[in-house]
Design a protein around this ligand. Structure first.
Ligand code: ZN
Length: 183
C-alpha cells in the first residue's frame, strides 16, 4: 500500500485504570505487546506518538457518573501503563471527555507537527477511539485504525467499533505489518 500521508500515532487511554485497574480487562492487556511494537517502530521512523489520556476531576466530570471513578488526574490510575510509558520525544494530551480533541490542545499540536493522518490505537474501539476518530475526521484528518493495537470490552464492541469507523470515516483497519511498511 501507499505510504501514509504525514502520520502520527494516537494512543488513547492506555492507562493503569483501563488496563489493570478500575476499568481493566483481559482484552485491554491483550493489545499491549502489539502496541509497544508499533510505537517503537513509529519512533524509529520519526512518526510522532501522542498520548490522549483521561485525566478526570473527581466529583465533577460527568463520565464518572456513568463509569464510576477512573483515571483521576494525579493518581496512579491515570498514568500510562509502564510497558507503554511515554518517551522523551512523545507528547501527552490530557482529556476530560471521550474525545481526545474535546477542549484539548490536540488539534493545534497535530497542525504544528504537520500531521495529516492519525493512526488510532488504544481503548475502546467503540468509545474513546470512536469519539476521537469522529473529531479527527471532522477536523480534516485522515483516520486509520491499528487493528492489533485497539480493543474493546467485548469482541462484539471491537468489531462493531471498527465497522463504524470504516463506514463513517473511511478508516481502514490495518495490521502492524501494513502500518510499519507505510510509515
Ligand atoms: Zn473517562
Amino acid at each position: 500500500m501507499d505510504k501514509l500521508n504525514h502520520p502520527a500515532i494516537l494512543v488513547v487511554d492506555m492507562l493503569n485504570d483501563f488496563v489493570t485497574g478500575a476499568l481493566g480487562c483481559d482484552r485491554a492487556r491483550a493489545i499491549v505487546p502489539a502496541t509497544a511494537k508499533l510505537l517503537e517502530a513509529a519512533r524509529s521512523k520519526g512518526v510522532p506518538v501522542i498520548y490522549c489520556n483521561d485525566a478526570h476531576l473527581p466529583g465533577i466530570d460527568r463520565e464518572l457518573q456513568i463509569w464510576g471513578d477512573h483515571a483521576i488526574a494525579g493518581t496512579p490510575g491515570a498514568e500510562v501503563i509502564p510497558e507503554l510509558a511515554p518517551q522523551k520525544q512523545d507528547f501527552v494530551v490530557p482529556k476530560r471527555r471521550y474525545s481526545g480533541f474535546f477542549q484539548t490542545d490536540l488539534d493545534i499540536l497535530l497542525k504544528e507537527l504537520g500531521v495529516k493522518t492519525v493512526v488510532m490505537t488504544g481503548l475502546h474501539a467503540h468509545m474513546c477511539v470512536r469519539h476521537t476518530s469522529a473529531d479527527a475526521y471532522c477536523l480534516g484528518y485522515d483516520v486509520v485504525v491499528a487493528k492489533e493495537a485497539v480493543n474493546s470490552f467485548t469482541e462484539e464492541d471491537y468489531q462493531g467499533g471498527l465497522a463504524y469507523l470504516k463506514t463513517c470515516y473511511g478508516a481502514p483497519a490495518l495490521s502492524n505489518e501494513e502500518l510499519i511498511a507505510a510509515f
